[in-house]
Every structure is written in C-alpha cells, then in structure tokens.
Design a binder for this molecule. Structure first.
Ligand code: F6P
Ligand code: MG
Length: 492
C-alpha cells in the first residue's frame, strides 16, 4: 500500500520537527485566528449599516472556524490523536485518511509521533477543510494578507533586480554574440533565484525584517560573499545542459509567493528574453493555501498585477523610488504580463478556479499537496509525470520540495543524489510499494534550488560537510546554507 512509502525507512526526521510542533505551529494557528477575527469584525461594522443577512451568516461561520482552529491548537499541544480529514469534496481525503489509519496501527497517529512530513502536510490539508466546508469562507486564504504584507516590503530588492534587468536590455546584442557573457548572467540569475527561497513565511516566526532584507540583497559582491554558503554547487552542469537546448521548455515547481516568486519570474524572463535556449516556461503552483507562503494561482496572477501597479511597492518603499527605478520595474512587469498573455508563461492548473485554480480537479496540480515523496511520481500521477518528461529542465524550488524529493529520510549526507531520489530503492522495497514504476531520478533533467531549513541533505562532499559543521552546527536547518543540485535525464 502507499503507506509503505512512509515506513520504508523508519529513520525519518523528528529532531527539528519537535520545535515546529511546539513553537512554530501554535504561532501560525494563532495568526489564522487573528486574521479571521479581524475580517469578522470588519464585517460587523458594516452589518450595522446594512443589516445584511448574508453577512450575519458569514460572521457566524467565521466564529465556528475560529473555534475549530483554537481546538486544533489545543489538541496539538497535548499530542492528541489526529482526526480524519472530513469528506469536504476536495482532493486527497482518502489518501490522507488511509495513511492516518496505517499510522494508527503503529500508534503513530498523534501530533508528536507522526512522521514530520506527513503531519505537516496534514495540518495544511485539515485547515483547508475548515474553510472549504463553509459557505462564505470557501475561497478564503488565511495567509494572503501576510503574503502581501511581506511582498510590499521587498521594494528595495525588487527595484535592485529590475535595474539589473534593464541593464541587460542594453547589453542584449553583446550577449547574443558572446555565450561566455551569457553564462555569467545565467549564474547570477540562478543564485538570485536560490536565495529568493531564504524568505519563506513559515520560518518568519523567528526572522526579523532586517534579516530578510539582508538575505534579499543582490549584486555581485553579495553573491560572491554568499558563495561559501552554497554547499553543493552544480551551476556548471546546469549551464552545460541548458546551453545545448534550443527553444526548449523549462518548468518551475514553485515554492513561496512574494519575493521568491518574483525571482522565479525574473529567472524565467531572463531565459526566454536573453537566451536562445528557452521559449516556453510552465509554472506549477499549489491549489490550496500551503505551508503559509506557497504560491496559489491567485497569488501568481496578483503578483504580476501588483508589479504593474506603480503604487504597490512605491508606497511602502523608503526612501521613495526614483523615476528611473519605477521605469525599470514597469518595463520588466510589462514584459512579464506580455509573456503571460501570449502563453510564453503558463500556469499548470485546471481551468476552473476558486482560489484561482480548481481544487476539485486532480489533474496536474493536485500532486503537490499529497503527503508523499516524489520517488514514485509516475505511479501517483502518471499524467503529471508525463508532462514533466516533456520538459528540458524542471526546477524544484525550496525546502519542502527537497524534503519530498529525498523522502525526508535520514540519508547520510554523502549519499549520491540519484540514490536519494529513488535510484537505490531496493527491489524488495519496490515490491512492498506495489508501485511498479521507475524512480524519479533520471526521469527528466532536474534542478533543485534550496536553502537548508530541514535536516535532510544529500549529495555532499565529506570535507565540505566537516568544514561546515565547524562553522555552524545548525547548517542543516538555519536557512544560512544552500544547495544547487542538478541531476541529468537518463537516456534509456
Ligand atoms: O515547517 C518546516 C518546513 O517544512 C521546512 O522544511 C521549511 O522550513 C518550511 O517548512 C518550508 O520551506 P520552503 O518554503 O522553502 O519549502
Ligand atoms: Mg514554502
């Protein structure tokens, strides 16, 4: 059964997870309660004037949701049993619940005893059920305000990147005739996109805005200074691979909204505007609010609109941006919009869209919110797997995708990347999985850009690990270190 995936290796991670359950989740849940309460109170003010029945009903529903979230917070802190996900008409109810039943057999169905990866995915899926079962809060994203708020504060870094892009426009013809120059910019783009991942909001519980600004700053010197924090760096191999492609397609399996999504869009813009290698980019979002800051289809569309709106960032940036800075950004935003309109950029979602996507439909986007490793993507979602096989490079952004790619297993850090991505699952394991498909490794050219925020790390050189240990014993989880991991497609 599918559960075998989780019990395959009992050495799953629990170390950092304890801190998550005890400290971070309660803060995240309290934030949801505040948000719902706030938007209820706003309605309260309104309803006095309007005496609107629908609003009354919405307020009552909001109250019920707050009660559910508060109870969840209580149960979690006391290590209670995790309840089945109610049949709410959305994706994966049966999958989550059958895995939960199997955990119950080994008494691992409580908040502290369940595998960390499962418990975390379950949390966000359960929260979704609270909202989707209501009438008036179905499309409510409890993290939206937070995502927007932090995005509006990224002005300085965003104007900085827009400037780099407009300088590139001037150099366009020089770049075309000189691939070695192109390579330099390509690497700058990869690094920008990598460090964009340092700012996910589920970690914001212990990061200040100053910390974030420091992480976001770009430019050659900053990047050079950060080079020593990249513990595995496959930039050279990625370049070699992509520069052999002509008019190809790149896929971004997105992580966080806001600044990180901006860096993804800029990298994509670079690839199609300035290189002959890529002419199409497909973006893969999450269909439900996920790990606080992950991109939903609505976030994706709003991000481009926000960048087009001259006041969105300018109002929140001090000192106020210059005319030139605003023009640079406008130029970039117009190009992004054009690519979305003409189909150069597309979002991999089913057509109908509540949160901007159709959460009732399984196809293509549903896979990313399953609580399973990606080793057996082919078995879990053959359609998606086939789609990705048509790509010239699939870029997995962020920490959670990395955990799922590697199964969140306690691999020794020197384990070869391919092994951790399913290549060395022994025949016995594959039989017990009853998923008679090949491993993910080698299915398509794969690039993972990840800052380290959870214990799992593979494909590392022993000496580098030893040196890093001395510098920072928390290198696996504190978000200061990063990995650029590339794995080529196997031609069989
Ligand atoms: O809650 C912990 C976690 O799953 C970590 O893996 C990581 O810190 C975060 O959530 C998500 O990070 P990212 O947005 O990079 O996937
Ligand atoms: Mg995330």
């Amino acid at each position: 059964s599918s559960m075998a995936l989780l019990t395959l290796n009992p050495q799953l991670f629990h170390i950092f997870s304890y801190e998550t359950v005890v400290k971070r989740w309660p803060i995240i849940l309290a934030g949801i309660v505040d948000r719902v309460r706030l938007s209820r109170e706003n309605h309260n003010l309104h309803s006095e004037a309007q005496e609107n029945q629908a609003l009354e009903a919405k307020i009552a529903e909001g109250k019920a949701i707050i009660e559910k979230v508060s109870k969840l917070k209580y149960d979690m802190a006391r290590d209670h049993v995790m309840e089945p996900i109610p049949a709410d008409g959305e994706l994966h109810v049966d999958l989550y619940n059958s895995l939960l039943e199997e955990l119950a057999e080994s008494s691992k169905n409580t908040w502290f005893t369940a595998p960390w990866l499962y418990a975390e995915c379950y949390l966000y899926r359960l929260l979704r059920s609270y909202f989707v079962q209501s009438k008036f809060w179905r499309d409510y994203d409890p993290f939206r305000a937070q995502k927007l708020d932090v995005f509006t504060k990224s002005g300085p870094s965003i104007y900085g990147i827009a400037k780099i892009m407009s300088e590139l426009t001037i150099e366009k013809s020089a770049l075309e005739s000189d691939p070695s120059k192109l390579k330099v910019f390509f690497q700058e783009m990869i690094q920008m996109c990598l460090w964009g991942n340092a700012t996910d909001l589920s970690l914001l519980t212990h990061m200040s805005l100053d910390d974030i600004e420091r992480l976001q700053s770009v430019g050659k010197e900053m990047q050079a200074a950060r080079q020593e924090f990249i513990m595995r760096d496959d930039q050279e191999n990625v370049w070699e691979h992509i520069s052999r492609v002509k008019d190809g397609r790149v896929d971004f399996v997105l992580d966080n909204a806001g600044f990180e999504l901006f860096t993804d869009l800029v990298f994509a813009d670079f690839l199609v505007t300035y290189t002959p290698y890529v002419s199409e980019v497909v973006f893969h979002p999450k269909l439900i609010p996920w790990f606080v800051s992950d991109v939903t289809p609505r976030d994706f569309n709003e991000t481009i609109e926000s960048l087009l709106d001259p006041s969105f960032l300018a109002f929140n940036t001090s000192p106020a941006p210059s005319k030139e800075q605003q023009q640079n950004l406008q130029q970039l935003a117009n190009r992004l919009k054009k690519y979305v309109t003409d189909g150069t950029f597309s979002l991999s979602v089913p057509k109908e869209t509540p949160l901007g996507g159709n959460s009732a439909s399984e196809s293509l986007a549903g896979f990313w919110t399953k609580p399973v490793p990606y080793w057996n993507m082919e078995a879990y979602d053959p359609e998606l797997w086939k789609l990705l096989k048509g790509s010239d490079l699939v870029i997995f952004k962020g920490d959670l995708h990395y955990r799922k790619l590697t199964g969140d297993v306690q691999w020794p850090a020197s384990t070869p990347l391919g092994d951790a991505l399913g290549e060395r699952l022994s025949a016995a394991h594959l039989v017990s999985l009853t998923l008679a498909t090949g491993p993910l490794a080698g299915s398509f050219p794969l690039l993972s850009l990840r800052t380290n925020k959870a214990d799992v790390a593979v494909g590392l050189d022993k000496d580098i690990v030893a040196q890093t240990e001395v510098k920072d014993s928390k290198w696996r989880v504190d978000g200061r270190f990063a990995l650029i991991s590339f794995l080529a497609e196997k031609n069989v």
